[in-house]
Design a protein around this ligand. Sequence first.
Ligand SMILES: Nc1nc2c(ncn2[C@@H]2O[C@H](COP(=O)(O)OP(=O)(O)OP(=O)(O)O)[C@@H](O)[C@H]2O)c(=O)[nH]1
Ligand SMILES: [Mg+2]
Length: 301
Amino acid sequence: MSHDLNPSEFKSGFVALLGPPNAGKSTLLNRLLGEKISITSQKPQTTRNRILGILNRENAQIIFMDTPGVHRASGSLNTRIVEVALSCLPDMDAAIVILDGASPDPHSEKILFNALKAQEKPIILAVNKVDSAEKSLLAQRIDLWSKMVNFQEIVPISARTGFQVDILIKALEKLLPSGPPFYPTDAITDVPERFIAAEMVREKIFRLTGEEIPYSTAVTIEDFSEDADRNLVSIQAVIHVERESQKGIIIGKNGAKLKQIGRAAREDIERMIGCRVFLKLFVRVQKNWTKDTRAINRFGY
Ligand SMILES: Nc1nc2c(ncn2[C@@H]2O[C@H](COP(=O)(O)OP(=O)(O)OP(=O)(O)O)[C@@H](O)[C@H]2O)c(=O)[nH]1
Ligand SMILES: [Mg+2]
């Protein structure tokens, strides 16, 4: 059998991953791609930007857009984050709505369902975390959700274990338009490595610090240089916080916390780019940056 690309058989398109904070959107994106490009944590509002992930199949290229969680927002940064999530819809060919089947979030779901009502694009509901959901409750929730939006299909999944993720992909392949690939078929994302490196640092702050610290933090890369001879990448990153006291917490006693953040981030970055990494972290105070639109822009959100 020949495997030449036949344009009339090849399908390609853009699919938004939408859902409340913490539903598992970024975990699902990484699972779909088999590679970690989007950061995840147990805390809501981990993702701040759209992240594009490209899944190359034999007869299709599916381009997924991971988005920040949709919720009722207050404050400049949060309002921006929700806008980022919803404003992508007109450019998409389809959407997957991801809801947490184990612990629903009725408030955010309502905002999301309202935003989707006037939507003409095909929408698949992925009910996530079925690995940890109670079966009879899960059935009730699915019944309720199925009446809210005219979903093309409903697929119970586990982004963590991969359960039924293949079914989700097949359902998508069916409804995407015919057409050639948009990106080279060996590409996995359009996001530069230096952005993902900054995100890896931000993920460790989400996972290793508590309270308001992760939400007061931005990470920028000041230098990213490759030394091909030594098979080494040197990265200098700045962690921006809002207050002096937060700087102290991030650095920790004798620098222990910053060291822990740096080591964990370096290991992830090495896995992503496949060579040794020298990562140097600095902490800088930028007063009240989450309320300052210019600072939010400057940090790339
Ligand atoms: N048990 C279980 N946990 C999951 C599953 N998928 C994701 N999680 C966990 O749910 C939490 C949130 O996952 P994320 O992927 O960061 O969620 P998100 O929707 O991207 O969240 P935001 O970016 O904050 O909007 C993490 O602790 C994940 O490990 C799943 O299928 N089963
Ligand atoms: Mg996310």
